[in-house]
Design a protein around this ligand. Structure first.
Ligand SMILES: Cc1cc2nc3c(=O)[nH]c(=O)nc-3n(C[C@H](O)[C@H](O)[C@H](O)COP(=O)(O)OP(=O)(O)OC[C@H]3O[C@@H](n4cnc5c(N)ncnc54)[C@H](O)[C@@H]3O)c2cc1C
Length: 305
């Protein structure tokens, strides 16, 4: 298999940041994906699979190994079951589902990237999350293709076992409900308008940088002034609220900025590098720790650090 050399990863991430991949390959189907991984293993080359590159920060030094871009895009719908290859764009899965009068994925409208990336990170928004619809996930594990039931995927808030193992997600089976296309389209239109209103979509970013904070016994609520009641009700404090409370909107380091529109977004104002973003992330974590004794955790994943 021929891998290309020294390809800038900034072209393959929504942050538009990142140095070169030493080796690079675009897989157009799952056979190519499996073959590329098997070749990398034989040659003892470190590898990583990226979908849309919409949840990663790639280091300025790039990735000293093989980056495989997953474009395996088979999708099949039977009754209310959708089976999608991991490289299908989430956007296409949403559209295909509603074309078939299936409801349940409207919340995902506007999330960039592939369904493989969404299944790994248990992507979610507007009270929905990937794991709500998943029945089975097919993965490549130790060279073998195996099918996992949802219960074996360790799903939690933006969490799955796939973040802690080397499984390659090949495809996913989703169960949706019979719905009404017009209703779904209306819901999607509202969500897209809300995103446009609240998120700095005009700048490159990787979406929300930090996970929201679950309220449990470890959180000292006496440290919070004016915490909105609904956060207590939902037992979750948005990271954006914490960052906002520290007056960090607009804080800029190099070409990276904490968005003035949404405090949990770091945007690339044009010439940001990964180091600028890292410095902003560290600053936010330090300030949140100092004021609230809370450790924020990144939703964005690091590549090549
Ligand atoms: C403007 C914007 C808005 C966003 N809004 C949301 C939101 O509302 N909710 C939300 O949850 N996220 C959101 N995101 C983040 C991101 O789009 C999602 O996390 C998305 O699901 C990532 O998919 P991806 O294909 O781009 O993954 P990538 O960024 O390519 O990869 C992310 C991680 O998954 C791994 N990976 C990718 N594919 C596979 C595979 N097939 N098998 C195993 N591992 C794999 C990669 O190695 C990497 O570690 C947003 C991002 C942007 C830029």
């Amino acid at each position: 298999m021929d891998f290309r050399n020294n390809i800038p990863l900034s072209k393959y991430t929504t942050f538009k940041i990142g140095g070169d991949a030493k080796y690079f390959f675009i897989a157009n189907n799952s056979d190519e994906l499996i073959k590329a991984i098997s070749d990398a293993q034989k040659k003892k080359i470190n590898y990583i699979v990226l979908g849309g590159g919409s949840n990663v920060l790639v280091s300025d030094a790039g990735f000293d190994g093989l980056v495989i871009i997953n474009k395996s895009d088979a999708i099949k719908i039977e009754k209310n079951i959708v089976k999608a290859g991991s490289g299908v764009l989430l956007f296409n899965v949403v559209n295909k589902s509603i074309e078939n009068n299936l409801s349940g994925l409207e919340w995902a409208a506007g999330i960039p990237g592939t369904i493989g990336g969404a299944v790994r990170g248990n992507a979610g928004a507007y009270r929905g999350q990937m794991s709500d619809s998943i029945i089975k996930v097919e993965v490549l594990r130790d060279g073998k293709i195996i099918s996992l039931d949802k219960k074996d995927c360790g799903y939690g808030y933006r969490q799955s076992i796939f973040q802690n193992n080397k499984d390659l997600i090949l495809s996913v089976e989703l169960q949706l409900q019979k719905g009404d296309r017009v209703e779904s389209e209306k819901k999607i239109k509202e969500i897209l308008a809300d995103r446009k209103n609240k998120q700095p979509l005009e700048f490159p970013s990787a979406g929300s940088v930090f996970k929201n904070v679950m309220i449990d016994d470890t959180i000292d609520l006496s440290r919070f002034i004016n915490l909105p009641k609904e956060y207590l009700e939902y037992k979750k404090i948005p990271a954006a609220w914490l960052i906002d409370s520290l007056d960090l909107r607009g804080k800029t380091i190099g070409g990276a900025q904490i968005s003035t529109k949404h405090a949990n977004f770091i945007i690339n104002t044009g010439k940001a590098n990964a180091n600028d973003v890292i410095q902003l992330i560290s600053l936010v974590k330090m300030k949140v720790r100092n004021k609230y004794e809370i450790e924020l955790h990144e939703e964005v994943e690091y590549v090549g650090f």
